[in-house]
Design a protein around this ligand. Structure first.
Ligand code: UN1
Length: 496
């Protein structure tokens, strides 16, 4: 019998009110059921929001450093359980063990960063324009945060959102992706073990249409943090505007790695393989385009193709595997559709280009690591997010053209340039329109204590990670303390 998981609402582990469940299966072996999960409805969301609202009144009064101590403890538990969680995550969503360990590590880093930020949460003191008066601006908690997360970083992304939300004194209703509900449940268990009080964290499993939508429209939810597609992000933004919620959106990407004629090609090769095919290309930061200078194009593209063909597909729990499956049937289909669209537009399939079959692959959603050559910037495979193991290669003649091509997308999350010329590097840093630019490293690999997010249709201006996310989860309160003992009128009593 597969394990039966539950929601955690108002301090209790419970089934869906309807009793309905959904299954979660291993994408590398669809015969393997990870567990069954409650298929929640609006009622569960309403209960969770009510509990979170009630809990907010006491949680906001817990000193921030004490809340930080709980995050520290959560980090310690994650550290102790790292290997076990990584294995569960690989079974649940397919990426290789090396990467799921990294995913847990990102959660650990986020926990320890949060614990330290809890002792800062700096405000400002500002001189008053009047005598015997003290001005300060301080951060205050906001209320109930709805946290809606994707499946590609089942531990890291929820921690990016939930830890700072809690450190800042907000309470949480968590709606994880239906493809990774087990890892999400583990995170909630860890937070409870670390000392998060009942009601402060709630988890409701189910569909975006039902659970996610209700959270976004709910009048008593103050904050929504969402990572996912641009299409869904726009819809969330629209719905949330009816109740004037603060919304943080982390959306799609079409990230490019530029390789200049002076680049160290061996280094650039390692970078592009890791960036394009790590997590089976299913990162919002994945390298989806490779922009190569014409002088090294033939040489570098053949290096990439040779190595892409050698990548070993399989169950990510096995040692000799480089690339896991796509997350589900729909995603693999989308990948294949894009490859067909690319071919139709005139791109050449240089490696991969089809669903992978063979030993140990028959029951998983595997797709061969794919390199598309002769891609032009106008093609859909050069502009649209694919979210799979597909790399579109574009030839350019100059740095200026490389940057223009890199910018030729509605997205702006991550970017990369390989060059040994410091002038090229700084021009790229200045002119690439993206939230993140790497020099001589791939488009993936953001660190937990740096701002994470993008421009254009990648987001709505907020950042996750680092000190920046603490802006999102707090509100500023301006405080004036007049100790003059008389009425002092700003703008009037200090006039000449
Ligand atoms: C994502 O794909 O949504 O920089 C997050 C990276 C990881 C985070 C990716 N640290 O690729």
């Amino acid at each position: 019998m597969p394990k039966r998981f539950q929601n955690y609402i108002d301090g209790r582990w419970v089934d869906a009110i309807s009793g309905k469940t959904f299954e979660n299966r291993n994408p590398a072996n669809w015969d393997e059921v990870i567990g069954t999960f409650p298929l929640s409805s609006k009622e569960e969301v309403d209960q969770a929001v009510k509990a979170a609202r009630r809990a907010f009144e006491s949680w906001r009064l817990v000193p921030a450093p004490k809340r930080g101590d709980i995050m520290k403890k959560a980090g310690d538990i994650l550290t102790a359980r790292k290997e076990e969680i990584a294995k569960q995550m690989t079974r649940e969503m397919g990426k290789v063990l090396l990467e799921t360990r990294g995913d847990v590590q990102e959660g650990i880093d986020t926990a320890y960063y949060g614990a330290s930020e809890a002792r800062r949460l700096f405000g400002h003191t500002v001189p008053s324009e009047l005598p015997n008066k003290f001005n300060m601006a301080m951060r205050v908690p906001i209320g109930v945060a709805a946290i809606i997360t994707p499946w590609n970083f089942p531990m890291a992304i929820p921690t990016w959102k939930i830890f700072p939300a809690l450190v800042c004194g907000n309470t949480v209703v968590f709606k994880p992706a239906s493809d990774t509900p087990a890892t999400a449940t583990t995170l909630v268990e860890i937070l409870l073990e670390a000392g998060v009080p009942p009601g402060v964290i709630n988890i409701a499993h189910g569909s975006g249409r039902e659970v996610g939508n209700r959270l976004v429209e709910h009048p008593d939810v103050d904050l929504v943090s969402f990572t996912g597609s641009t299409m869904v992000g726009k819809r969330i933004s629209e719905v949330a505007s009816n109740t004037l919620k603060r919304v943080s959106l982390e959306l799609g990407g079409k990230n490019a790695q530029i390789v200049m004629d002076d680049a160290n090609l061996d280094l650039a090769l390692e970078g592009v393989l890791w960036g394009a095919f790590g997590t089976t290309g299913q990162r919002c930061t994945a390298t989806s385009r490779l922009i190569v200078h014409e002088k090294v194009y033939d040489k570098f593209v053949s290096m990439v193709v040779d190595h892409a063909k050698k990548l070993r597909l399989g169950d990510g729990l096995k040692d000799n595997v480089d690339v896991g499956p796509c997350i589900n049937e729909g995603q693999r289909k989308t990948v294949d559709e894009y490859v067909q669209i690319g071919k139709g537009e005139g791109a050449k399939v240089l490696a991969g280009g089809k669903m992978a079959v063979g030993d140990g692959l028959a029951k998983g959603w595997f797709y061969e690591p794919t390199v598309l050559g002769d891609v032009t910037p106008q093609m859909r495979v050069a502009r649209e997010e694919i979210f799979g193991p597909v790399l579109s290669v574009i030839k350019i003649k100059s740095l200026e053209e490389a940057i223009a091509v890199s910018n030729n997308t509605t997205y702006g999350l991550s970017s990369s340039i390989y060059t040994q010329d410091i002038n090229n590097a700084y021009i790229a840093i200045r002119d690439i329109k993206a939230g993140i630019t790497y020099v001589n490293s791939p488009t993936i690999g953001a660190e937990a204590h740096m701002p994470f997010g993008g421009v254009k249709e990648t987001g709505n201006g907020h950042r996750e990670g680092g000190w920046t996310v603490y802006e999102f989860y707090t509100e500023w309160k301006a405080v004036y303390v007049d100790y003059s003992g008389k009425l002092q009128r700003a703008q009037i009593d200090n006039a000449e």
